[in-house]
Write a protein that binds this ligand. Structure first.
Ligand code: MV4
Length: 447
């Protein structure tokens, strides 16, 4: 096992990683920008190294600075958390080349899944259902128009280097195809320096359902059920739940088995999430995330498995310590992403925290690096806390979530807790009757 791990992240996830290391007897090294000197993860870590100025590109994304911090502290492993360098295959390569262990998937798997065309081709070959669309990237415009006609409008043009919703163009008819293709190509070139695009049938009102997996690199893979992440605005998830209210046991087992079989063939290592759109009882692969995700605690709640601990064990060379038939799914969990932002305009609201009181009690977990007096810096993501509530069933979970939101006090700054309290009162939400556009439609109606 590692003696010392460097945590290449900040905020609540840096704290989450520190906690797992601590419980495993691993020393921690925090790295931080000059804006984060008084951050909770810096205070708690055994050692801390300042790696640069506030802008992420000069600190948390600065690979030489992170490696230098690993060098001077004698760290053995580097955990990238989510965001920042977590899905950068070149970073994973450089970390390993310098003799450290990247706590995550192999460089090759990160690279493969980062190329959306190659990822789709690969998983399709391995038996995972994909959205009907062009056979790989588009080469010729006339050929592409014929493919769009075959797929049937509306079609969605996606960037091969994109993901997370960046570089997509919706086309409603053949008339608009040429202009949309040109626009998609030039936007993709500008954003990713790559103009490769591909086509898919546009699904109108799907849910976003993702399957959590963990593998140890020997071909042993276990799935940990799904999360429903359909409640989102502008590709930012707002609230996630596990299990999905849209799936029955048969659908869950079917997609889990398909994913496990596919990833076993490529001997996937570490944590991963396979993302699907789900419409009319069918799953359609869209992307795979090769990282620990923000919403991993809801899976931890319903399985009782510490995902970060298992991920670190595997990175240290241990085989998976459990099998699929050891996994017992229990109850229902919901995560609310608490952001320092206006609950209506969504404008960020950094500043100094006044009173701070986090809810607690049975089935309530708050992952947050906030404390009273802490200044939320303006330079980073606005996520300041994750409220994760677990109950025997979805209704108990909602009751517990309602009371937990009532207890939460975050003074001094504006947060979106009132929006969460409002959303979970809506009949569609109570009924589990929502899709990826539901929240944006709801907010538009309120104006
Ligand atoms: C789609 C789609 C509809 N049809 N693909 C957006 C992010 C990227 N990961 C894939 N995305 C979508 N792909 C087809 N063929 C709708 C979306 C989409 C979406 C997907 C998941 C979660 C939120 C979303 C919000 C808008 C659009």
């Amino acid at each position: 096992m590692f003696e010392k791990v460097l945590i290449a992240n900040r905020g609540e996830i840096a704290l989450r990683l520190h906690r797992a290391c601590r419980e495993m007897g691993i020393q921690t090294v925090a790295v931080h920008s000059t804006a984060d000197g008084d951050a909770m993860h810096v205070r708690l870590a055994d050692e801390a190294v300042c790696i640069g100025p506030p802008a992420a590109k000069d600190s948390y994304l600065n690979m030489p600075a992170v490696l230098a911090a690993a060098e001077i502290t004698g760290s053995e492993g580097i955990h990238p958390g989510y965001g920042f360098l977590s899905e950068n295959a070149d970073f994973a390569h450089i970390v390993e080349e310098h003799g450290y262990t990247f706590i995550g998937p192999s460089e090759e798997h990160i690279r493969l899944m980062g190329d959306k065309v190659e990822a789709k081709r690969t998983v399709s070959r391995l038996g995972i259902p994909v959205v009907p669309g062009s056979d790989g990237a588009i080469t010729d415009e006339d050929e592409a128009r014929r493919q769009a006609d075959d797929i049937g409008y509306p079609v969605l043009i996606k960037a091969a280097a994109g993901g997370g919703g960046r570089g997509m163009k919706l086309v409603h008819s053949a008339d608009a195809f040429a202009a949309s293709l040109a626009a998609a190509r030039s936007e993709s070139k500008a954003a990713f320096n790559d103009d490769a695009v591909y086509l898919e049938k546009y699904l109108e009102r799907p849910r976003h359902i993702e399957v959590q997996v963990i593998g140890d690199g020997t071909g042993k893979i276990v799935h940990l059920g799904e999360r429903d992440c359909s409640l989102q605005r502008r590709h930012q998830k707002v609230l996630e739940e596990a299990p999905s209210p849209a799936l029955n046991a048969e659908a869950r087992e079917r997609i889990g088995d398909v994913v496990v079989k596919a990833l076993s063939e490529i001997k996937y290592t570490s944590l991963g999430t396979v993302e699907f759109l789900y419409e009319d009882g069918e799953f359609y692969f869209i992307e795979m995330n090769t990282r620990l995700q923000v919403e991993h605690p809801i899976t931890e709640a319903i399985t009782g498995i510490d995902l970060v601990r298992e991920q670190i064990h595997i990175a240290a060379g241990a085989p998976l310590s459990f099998s699929q038939n050891n996994i017992r799914f229990a109850g229902h969990a919901i995560e609310c992403r608490i952001n320092a932002e206006d609950p209506r305009s969504f404008a960020p609201s950094p500043g100094q925290v006044g009173d701070f009181h986090a809810p607690g009690g049975l089935g309530v977990r708050v992952d947050s690096a906030l404390y009273s007096g802490y200044r939320v810096p303006p330079h980073y993501d606005s996520l300041i806390a994750k409220l994760v509530v677990h109950g025997y069933n979805r209704n108990d979970c909602l009751m517990r979530l309602t009371r937990s939101l009532e207890e939460f006090v975050i003074g001094g700054i504006t947060s979106n807790t009132p929006l969460h309290a409002e959303l979970i009162r809506q009949q569609d939400f109570i009924d589990g009757n929502y899709h990826i556009h539901w929240l944006e439609q709801y907010l538009a109606q309120q104006d």
